[in-house]
Design a protein. Structure first.
Length: 449
């Protein structure tokens, strides 16, 4: 069976999940999910690709204000021999007409960050499941605003944080749940990825050429680079925070209590511009965001967490995961595991692959073939599948609104900490105390969630 043939018919019960209010709008055929896409740039088209490969998904409508993005998207449908969706364009409010449709069960939002809050709120008010790319909002108040609408509508909201489903991340989660690391004490993660070729281009190539950014460029350089001009903080915390939260049951028996952030000097982007385009006017731009931002977080149960945002300097890709407990440790950068009394040699690392093969997560074991060829090493299939199965079964999403807001709000909190001279910031409790009783339900088995 290939990925196109995959249609899950079983609804495996999960602790803590409930059937959602009957007032939500759903397709008459519960085996097929009808989607609308708001934003079909590079990331949006990744999700389009996942949807086109499934027989249980019908892409009804797409929305984007750029004809170039719509053109690339149409080509995907033609290649897949699928019916072209309805298109909505012409202005920043065009997505509202898409949301007016009664034949859409859920929406995938993959627009620039500044639009996520309003588009997500409008989608929830329209009764559509929300699968939103990171991040949820710009300010802390944005996050509370999203929660308010969720409380009013009970329409599920899910941040599409794919790293929660990365194979090694899930193997380590499996190990943690089997107490292989012992009681967890300290965790690390982040976004350590040389993005200079993404933040700048020549207006023609999506990455790797040129030193321009802004409206005259293509891809993420049109909008993402500006955040590094305007803000100083961890502007992309979810890749590290999402998996860490699952390891230590954040919002589900544990909680983040406060954080403090530190930011290095900003010189990497200037050096890059001077290197690829000597004399370019952008070398005089003042980039407010430090090259490396480090955020430290305390937890109610006593663990410590360190997150790193490091995207402006030459470096190999790594998310810098570290899971450390009383019996052992996993280090992502070293691709190594050490378990006291069980590793081959005392005080020497084992290859992580040896442990991860043994403790491969049941979800990956079952669905590995379906994820072949999917983006980011297959984890894009899993996060998309989790969202689709939730919509299909009318259940809560595997990454719920509380998880989504918690991992996203790190951005404005880190920014506030830096602005206040590295002052600690109290972490908001979006669960309003419910974290004490909630149970961790993320990927407990191989059910597809």
């Amino acid at each position: 069976m290939d990925r196109r043939q995959f249609v899950t018919n079983s609804a495996v019960g999960m602790a803590g999940l409930t059937i959602l209010p009957s007032g939500l709008l759903f397709a008459k055929n519960a085996d097929k999910v009808r989607l609308g896409y708001i934003g079909v740039g590079l990331r949006g088209r990744n999700h389009i690709g996942e949807g086109l490969l499934r027989d249980d998904v019908e892409i009804v409508a797409i929305c984007d204000i750029q004809e170039s993005s719509l053109k690339y998207c149409r080509a995907q449908f033609v290649k897949a021999k699928k019916k072209l969706p309805a298109e909505y364009t012409g202005g920043l409010d065009a997505y509202k007409k898409l949301l007016d449709r009664k034949d859409i069960d859920g929406v995938i939002i993959a627009t620039p960050w500044q639009f996520h809050k309003e588009q997500s709120i409008a989608a929830m008010r329209a009764g559509k499941y929300v699968g939103c790319e990171v991040i949820a909002g710009i300010t802390e108040q944005d996050h509370w605003d999203i929660l308010k609408v969720y409380d009013e509508t009970k329409v599920p909201y899910m941040t599409l944080e794919n790293v929660c489903y990365r194979r090694d991340v899930m193997a380590a989660l499996n190990m943690a749940r089997q107490n292989i690391f012992g009681e967890l004490v300290h965790l690390e993660g982040g976004y350590q990825h040389d993005l200079r070729g993404v933040l700048f281009n020549d207006g023609k190539s999506f990455s790797g050429k040129g030193a321009e950014f802004g409206p005259a460029t293509v891809g993420e350089a049109q909008w993402r680079t500006q955040w590094n001009v305007d803000r100083d903080g961890d502007i992309y915390p979810t890749h590290g925070a999402g998996p860490v939260m699952n390891y230590i049951d954040i919002n589900r028996g544990n909680s983040f209590t406060n954080l403090v952030s530190f930011s290095s000097k900003s010189i990497g982007l200037h050096n890059y511009i001077d290197k690829v385009s000597p004399g370019n006017k952008n070398s005089k731009v003042k980039f407010k965001n430090g090259d490396v931002t480090t955020t430290m977080i305390n937890c109610a149960n006593g663990e410590t967490v360190v997150l790193s945002h490091d995207t402006h300097l030459p470096r190999p890709y790594s998310l810098g995961f570290r899971v450390q407990g009383t019996e052992g440790i996993w280090m992502d950068v070293a691709e190594s595991v050490y378990i006291e009394g069980k590793s081959k040699n005392y005080d020497q690392w084992d290859k992580a692959s040896e442990w991860f093969e043994k403790y491969d997560h049941p979800l990956w074991k079952k669905f590995e073939k379906f994820a072949e060829g999917a983006g980011h090493g297959g984890m894009d299939w899993f996060v998309f599948n989790g969202f689709i199965e939730a919509v299909k079964q009318k259940k809560q999403t595997p990454i719920d609104v509380y998880d989504s807001l918690t991992m996203s709000v790190i951005t404005p909190l880190s920014e506030k900490s830096l602005k206040d001279g590295n002052a600690p910031q109290k972490f908001p409790d979006f669960t309003k105390g419910k974290w004490k009783e909630r149970k961790n339900t993320f990927a407990l088995d191989d059910s597809g969630f």
